[in-house]
Design a protein around this ligand. Structure first.
Ligand code: SF4
Length: 220
């Protein structure tokens, strides 16, 4: 039943926000950008990433640099001490495992093996791994961030009590494969603009007709 609901949800969100298409992105760059995006805004993480790339055009330069210098470059992205350390560790591990600062070898693996490898890297959890798998390789992974988690539970696409791993498993099962990218990005957009964590704007929401929370008169 929820596969009908998710299709309706995708249709409404695409009408509102368009149909996003993935852009080709180097997987290692995307992984570093996603690590930088943890606990900060997209604007700040992108700024930190650009500063990092302009200071260290080659990842070898970054791993050779003192950690304190790297930390300074990404300060705008928050948690600079932890993130600089993680990034350096990730780069060294990738270089050690593949002989280069390059993650493209994952394309030859199954999704499960590529996911296992990514999650074995320092500071990389299921969400970060899924972002790289979907965006850079087109693997069938549907990343669940805080907005996807909240909005999909409120809508009733997944059970209220489901944890993040369960939400991801169910969304991947009920969403048409070619719509993973669209649903992921559009739920984030909707979560930021309308179905906010505090004070969701129900009266302006085009998903009301299919939203459990709204139809049941609950106040999230
Ligand atoms: S009706 Fe309210 S709870 Fe439901 S998706 Fe819209 S804003 Fe969120």
């Amino acid at each position: 039943m929820n596969s009908h609901k998710v299709k309706r949800c995708i249709e409404i969100l695409e009408r509102l926000y368009g149909t996003p298409e993935p852009e080709e992105q180097d997987p290692l760059d995307l992984l570093i950008l996603t690590i930088l995006s943890q606990n900060t805004t997209d604007v700040n993480s992108l700024r930190a990433f650009r500063l990092l790339k302009s200071a260290y055009p080659r990842y070898q330069d970054l791993t050779d640099a003192p950690l304190k210098d790297v930390e300074e470059k990404i300060r705008v992205g928050g948690l600079a001490e932890i993130k600089s350390q993680r990034i350096a560790e990730v780069l060294r591990k990738v270089q050690e495992d593949s002989g280069a600062f390059d993650l493209r070898f994952l394309a030859g693996m199954t999704k499960e093996d590529a996911d296992r490898y990514l999650q074995s890297l320092p500071g990389v959890g299921p969400k970060t791994s899924s972002v790289v798998l979907l965006f850079s390789f087109g693997f069938a992974a549907l990343p669940v961030d805080t907005h996807v988690f909240r909005v999909s539970r409120r809508l009733g696409l997944v059970p209220e009590e489901a944890g993040i791993a369960e939400v991801q498993r169910i969304l991947e099962a009920i969403t048409p494969r070619e719509k993973y990218f669209s649903l992921h990005l559009n739920l984030i957009r909707h979560g930021r603009r309308v179905c906010r964590a505090r004070g969701p704007l129900h009266q302006q929401c085009e998903l009301r007709e299919i939203c459990d929370h709204y139809l049941q008169g609950r106040n999230p």
